[in-house]
Design a protein around this ligand. Sequence first.
Ligand SMILES: Cc1ncc(COP(=O)(O)O)c(CNc2co[nH]c2=O)c1O
Length: 404
Amino acid sequence: MFNVETIRKDFPILQRQVNGKPLVYFDNAATSQTPQQVIDAIVDYYSNYNANIHRGVHSLSQEATDKYEEARLKIQKHFNAKASHEIIMTAGTTHGINLVASGFTALLKEGDEVIVSALEHHSNIVPWQMLCERSGAILKVIPMNDEGELVMSAYDDLLSEKTKLVFVNHISNALGTINPIESIIKKAHAVGAAVLVDGAQACPHVKADVQALNVDFYVVSAHKMCGPTGVGMLYGKEEWLNKLPPYQGGGEMIAEVSFEKTTYAGLPHKFEAGTPNICGGIAFGAAIDYMNNIGFKNINAYEHELLEYATKRLLEIEGLKIYGTSKRKTSVVSFNLDGIHPYDVGTLLDKMGVAVRTGHHCAQPIMDYFKIPGTIRASFAFYNTKAEIDVLVEGVKKAKMMLS
Ligand SMILES: Cc1ncc(COP(=O)(O)O)c(CNc2co[nH]c2=O)c1O
């Protein structure tokens, strides 16, 4: 049975005060909060079996290795990857995207085309611009509309036999739009292009099934889904991962090293040079257990309730405009008050204990489209409440009065 008050007891930080007021944490799209179960996994590692992994002959190293590889299996199962060696442990979404973009340098030639969407986070734009600079490939952009959705008819027109790669986010961090990735993937495959989906904003809300999606690459960060920062995963279809050269050289990713010639390890270690974030990987597995115990269906239904309630309450405020009004949305509300800079509202809300994000959210093309410097973004998670939304609304009303 989903009970938000019981769930909130798992999150020590939610008992905090900020500026003398109870913390109202509405910046979950930036990073989620960490339940005691994940904190305990971190303490347990450093207290009882901290050791380097994979080559140690001693028991501690074996224990740490077993726990780390157990976490990889949890991640494989959660995203329904066919094989555990298709799960590459990374430092997060940005790392995973750069790994793939770097690998595609060897696969693209002058004049090839790659397609990005207008809704992307900078982490899913800049690495591909760098790839185009290196390879001579041409970047094409799927435009967005006033509702903050992708114009799919324009996508159809962009696709051709020249298209080699498409990269889009599953969910927009700035607007909350859920993109039609099933259709995007199908259409890309019809012209022989590979697809990378940036799942950073999706992983706290939906359980992506990479085999059902038939996606070629899928990237997430653990800190978006109740895990620690500095760890994430890149899923890649084995056939694609085998086509990419190693991303970084070093220990772990080799088979044999000599000054004459070095050969590389197979998957996944070919892409896992150096000592990984061992504790982070294990805690990522604990976060997956925690969220699955609550249940993504429960999370989804409850967060949708919060989204509807927040949207209704915020629209009571005259002069408030919401950006991102797609019917297919996750629990993010980006808005502005007429004539008031988002930063000023965010600063005042912080004084009232309310944590929102203001600015361009590393999605400057979206802000350019709406011709605004940024927005106030409130992003809700399954441990937030309607009472907290009421505090946000009263705070926005107060800020409006003070700043108008
Ligand atoms: C859609 C999307 N892609 C990539 C990233 C980068 O993830 P990282 O590699 O873990 O940093 C983010 C982080 N989004 C945000 C980080 O802070 N506010 C945000 O909206 C994101 O929302």
